[in-house]
Design a protein around this ligand. Sequence first.
Ligand code: S3P
Length: 225
Amino acid sequence: MSRRKRRGGTGGRGGAAGASGTRARAAARGGRGGARPAPTPAPAPREPLELTRPVFFVGFMGAGKTSVARRLARICSVASVDMDTYLERREDRRVKDIFAEDGEDAFRAIETDVLAELAAKDPLLVSCGGGVILREENRAILREGGFVVYLRVTADEAASRISDTSSRPLFQDLAAARARCEERLPLYEAVADVTVDTAGKGVAAIAREVQRLLEKEGVLCRQPR
Ligand code: S3P
């Protein structure tokens, strides 16, 4: 399986270098035994992180893709985007209206277009719609365009997390959702670089787990100074 490695985000967040320079000068001026108590050293500045490839979050509706991507973006100071929100703004229509007015096939065609558009941008954390893995064309973009994190959830657990199913035209009925989730399982697994079981875990814990995995895989890196 080939992986395209891209470096993105030229960075340029210079705060860390400035902070350590100030501390170094203060230390040089200081010296032991003076009248003033030694200042408490400032905590080491958090190193900025950068993505070397786009990261796609996939999984069934209610897996927590959007919340986890957002939380991780905040922890690591990297950008994230939700595919459905991006699609709705681009099309100036709600997903549920596209389904109702034009049908699922029309939605899937737009979804493919949006996925390709996001994969071509500077690396982002992308939370994908749950059905993104249905088209082979999309699976190729996911596999070759970035790093795929599969957030696994059962339909029953997803149902307990989704408070309002009105915006999800394909999650109207639990029995159908169970069958759909089961059917999609091999497709999620086929694109996943890593799988994170979300059962019984909160958003913060999942985000930290994903952060560790991305750092280990070299997808999330400390910026060179
Ligand atoms: C869909 C999932 C939805 C949205 C659309 C179709 C699906 O996104 O793209 O309603 O087929 O699983 P979320 O997974 O963010 O709910």
